[in-house]
Write a protein that binds this ligand. Structure first.
Ligand SMILES: Nc1ncnc2c1ncn2[C@@H]1O[C@H](COP(=O)(O)OP(=O)(O)O)[C@@H](O)[C@H]1O
Ligand SMILES: [Mg+2]
Length: 227
């Protein structure tokens, strides 16, 4: 089943002389449970793709279907709700809320939806992420690896359709990078959680089921490594 379908996606930032065509007619689909790595030079449009398919920003043209919903046909309020429930976003610099504790950061997407947190699911997630002794800490009291584990928890708390990670290990040393990728892979393999990771790290890309290379806003190659 295709959990994600992108059709003729283009994105131009700015207007007139300063306009930048960041994406130029990109189309691809991703099957549920697939682990996709997106690679390519700096400035090639990788983050732009993630922002379009995560509903963070709107394309200039083209469509994005997440689990059959045409997400850019939604209004801003609907899109914000959809994003919170169906998209798990992970960034290089974690993007945690500094004044909230680890527990509050992780539960935030559900609390914003006024959804109760399933206690068992929460404690299982906390244990898997090895954060049980850090729940009342603030983000600045944590190491980079721990902060990224919190952001993985926040991304997964609402059981999203897709998990999107933009250079999730870009700020981490090799031991922490490995731990973060192993966790993402574990959720991908054990729970069939669809995972799209932008990375510069060839060792990470080679662990994916499929590698999409982007150059100048277009798909330069798209290879399934593991069927
Ligand atoms: N908000 C923005 N406003 C203007 N130009 C942007 C914006 N975001 C990205 N760009 C430009 O779009 C192109 C693709 O950027 P990006 O998707 O961030 O590339 P990558 O993630 O592959 O490094 C670059 O030329 C970049 O400068
Ligand atoms: Mg980028």
């Amino acid at each position: 089943m295709d959990i994600l379908k992108i059709e003729h996606l283009s994105k131009t930032y700015g207007k007139g002389e300063t306009a930048v065509k960041a994406l130029d007619d990109v189309s691809f689909s991703v099957q549920k449970g697939q682990f996709v790595a997106i690679i390519g030079p700096s400035g090639s449009g990788k983050s732009t793709i993630l922002h379009m398919l995560g509903g963070v920003d709107r394309p200039t043209s083209g469509k994005v279907f997440v689990d059959h919903t045409d997400i850019h046909s939604l209004n801003e309020t609907q899109l914000a709700i959809f994003r919170r429930r169906q998209i798990g976003l992970i960034y290089q610099f974690y993007n945690l809320i500094p004044v909230l504790t680890v527990e509050e950061n992780m539960k935030l997407p559900l609390l914003l939806d006024e959804h109760q947190v399933d206690k068992k699911q929460f404690s299982d997630l906390v244990k898997t992420l090895n954060l049980q002794d850090r729940l009342n800490h603030l983000p600045n009291q944590l190491s980079g690896g721990q902060q990224q584990r919190v952001s993985i928890g926040r991304a997964l708390i609402s059981n999203p359709a897709i998990m999107l990670a933009d250079e999730p290990t870009g700020n981490l040393d090799s031991i922490n990078s490995r731990e973060i990728i192993d966790l993402l892979k574990m959720f991908n393999k054990t729970f069939n959680q669809t995972l799209i990771v932008i990375t510069h790290d060839e060792r990470i890309a080679l662990q994916a089921d499929r590698i999409i290379a982007i150059e100048d806003g277009r798909i330069a190659s798209d290879e399934v490594v593991r069927p």
